[in-house]
Design a protein around this ligand. Structure first.
Ligand code: BGP
Length: 466
């Protein structure tokens, strides 16, 4: 039997669904200057708005103008919580201003009031791929230590303004994406940084991570001071990287691969740098700007829970030169976007994370991106129902058999939104179908998919029907 306060809900991010990119004083965010991509072609990072290019985030699904109708649908599904992010550039349009933008703050007052009207708890991510673009131009993004104070100020304004309305917060979305330096999307959306060809990318990446750790730890301290009831978490993308075989060296490969993935929560939950990282820095001769005061702050600002997204698993094979290479898992099927579908992996990662930290875990993203077809005003998305059902069953096993403490589950996404990696809406995740053509004409354009009723039933029985 799940706890009666278990947080069932759904998740989204401001830059992928709000639209109204330049309304009511909002500044440009890093997401606002990324063009549309496709399943095959990555999105382009541009130096401002290029005329004639498509910027999907500018419209999103226009939640900004339809939030009442959409939150009403979430209430109809029975959501206990709604995970969303605040667009930093609505609150501080450039990022370094003295005073926040009142119209931006007011928008979230209204959104939170609407959620609370239906007893839906907002669960808020402060930075979800949408930092003010100006901060990248003027300060070089998170390469710069000054970012710590800009973020802290933004966080403090939010904690004060939404005191008593929001209890669950997360500082940086998928902070550990930074470690995958091969994909420029990660440094851009996570830190407002484009690496140059001749820099030591590893050194820059760890420096960015350090500044974000300090910023997050300071935000935790301020958030707790403003309201001791606040629960402030870190947020990572997680998933097992199994050993490719039962060869002993493949076990080491998997162990090291998982350390690399957990490095960020090791710091944010334990408040110190793990030994394996210190050894690595020494070996690589990295020279990082880390002060004693920073280290004290990391200790004082550890997080209350671990929020994470779970989509897929991979395997690690031992490689003499690089310790391991990550590969696809041949034992699990794949989605239309080539993402491995592995529900058992969710139980596995829940166990792994809980053994490592003994902290509450919050699954704040999990879902299937698929091509949906609207027919007779609905979508027959049995594939999505199967995907979610199998994952929920594994989550319940982790809770009821393995004793893992999971506090909530917010599938990605509550409603169809713009996909982060492709910049298209065609990779759909929601329980509610959005017809963008209608949205462009000013209508809300939504249709309940088959999964809508199914999820409503799961929530109303608190998972007992499975
Ligand atoms: C996570 C992000 C989300 C989201 C999701 C699905 O990495 O936190 O913002 O979009 O993945 O990814 P995509 O939209 O690229 O399919």
């Amino acid at each position: 039997m799940l706890d009666k306060n278990f947080l069932w809900g759904g998740a989204v991010a401001a830059n992928q669904y709000e639209g109204a990119w330049n309304v009511a004083g909002k500044g440009l965010s890093v997401a606002d200057v990324m063009t549309k991509g496709s399943a095959k072609k990555p999105r382009e990072i541009t130096a401002g708005i290029l005329p004639g290019k498509e910027y999907p985030n500018h419209l999103g699904i226009d939640f900004y103008h339809h939030y009442k109708a959409e939150i009403k649908l979430f209430a109809e599904m029975g959501f206990k919580c709604f995970r969303l992010s605040i667009a930093w550039s609505r609150i501080f349009p450039k990022g370094d201003e003295e005073k926040p933008n009142e119209a931006g703050l007011k928008f979230y007052d209204d959104v939170f009031a609407e959620c609370l009207k239906y007893q839906i708890q907002p669960v808020v991510t402060l930075s979800h791929f949408e930092m003010p673009y100006y901060l990248t131009k003027k300060y070089g993004g998170w390469r710069n230590r000054k970012m710590i104070s800009f973020f802290l100020k933004y966080a403090e304004v939010c904690f004060k303004r939404y005191r008593g309305k929001v209890k669950y917060w997360m500082t940086f979305n998928e902070i550990n994406n930074l470690i995958d330096t091969d994909n420029p999307f990660n440094a851009w959306t996570g830190a407002g940084v484009v690496y140059s060809e001749n820099e030591n990318v590893e050194q820059t990446m760890y420096q960015i991570a350090h500044y974000q750790f300090v910023a997050s730890a300071l935000a935790v301290q301020v958030g707790k001071r403003i309201d001791a009831r606040n629960q402030i978490g870190c947020m990572l993308h997680l998933g097992p990287i199994y050993p490719a075989s039962c060869k002993p060296l493949d076990q080491i490969a998997s162990l090291k691969a998982m350390d690399r993935r957990f490095f960020f929560s090791d710091v944010q939950i334990r408040g110190t740098y793990p030994k394996y990282t210190l050894k690595h820095w020494e070996k690589q001769n990295l020279n990082l700007d880390i002060t004693n005061k920073d280290l004290e702050n990391l200790k004082k600002g550890t997080v209350d829970f671990l929020g994470f997204s779970y989509y897929k698993s991979t395997v690690a094979e031992y490689d003499e030169k690089n310790t391991y290479v990550e590969k696809a898992n041949p034992h699990v099927p794949k989605s239309a976007w080539d993402w491995a579908i592995d529900p058992v992996g969710l139980r596995y990662i829940l166990n792994l994370a809980y053994e490592r930290y003994q902290k509450p875990l919050f699954i704040v993203e999990n879902g299937l991106g698929a091509f949906d077809e609207l027919k007779d005003e609905t979508v027959n998305d049995d594939y999505r129902i199967n995907y979610l059902q199998e994952h929920i069953v594994q989550m319940l096993k982790a809770i009821e058999i393995d004793g893992v403490n999971v506090i909530g589950y917010t599938p990605w996404a509550a409603i169809d939104i713009i996909s982060a990696s492709t910049g298209e809406i065609e990779k759909r995740y929601g329980f509610i179908y959005i017809d963008l053509e209608q949205v462009k004409k000013g209508a809300a354009g939504f249709y309940r998919k088959k999964s809508f009723k199914w999820y409503q039933h799961i929530i109303s029985t608190n998972g007992d029907c499975l």
